[in-house]
Design a binder for this molecule. Sequence first.
Ligand code: SF4
Length: 88
Amino acid sequence: METKKICYKCLLEELDAGRILESVKEMIDAIPQDNRTGSEEYRRRLNICKDCDSLISGTCVKCGCYVELRAAGKNRGCPDVNDKWKVG
Ligand code: SF4
């Protein structure tokens, strides 16, 4: 089976939704385990994003990131001035 490389130079309009999700998952898988958010914290972050007005089609309009990718980075934060992912 042929392995396709991620196309970093493609526009979203050139990718189908399934391919975008596949690309995001590949990028998450490429994050070293030490730098990856644990599954419980990952789900907590995404649940906050789902209730946030800044989430549009999987993208955070505050930073332009795919939230599933941003949330997967252990040391990444929510870009909102109030950091909605902050605990406590
Ligand atoms: S502002 Fe924060 S909580 Fe809202 S979508 Fe962006 S990353 Fe998620």
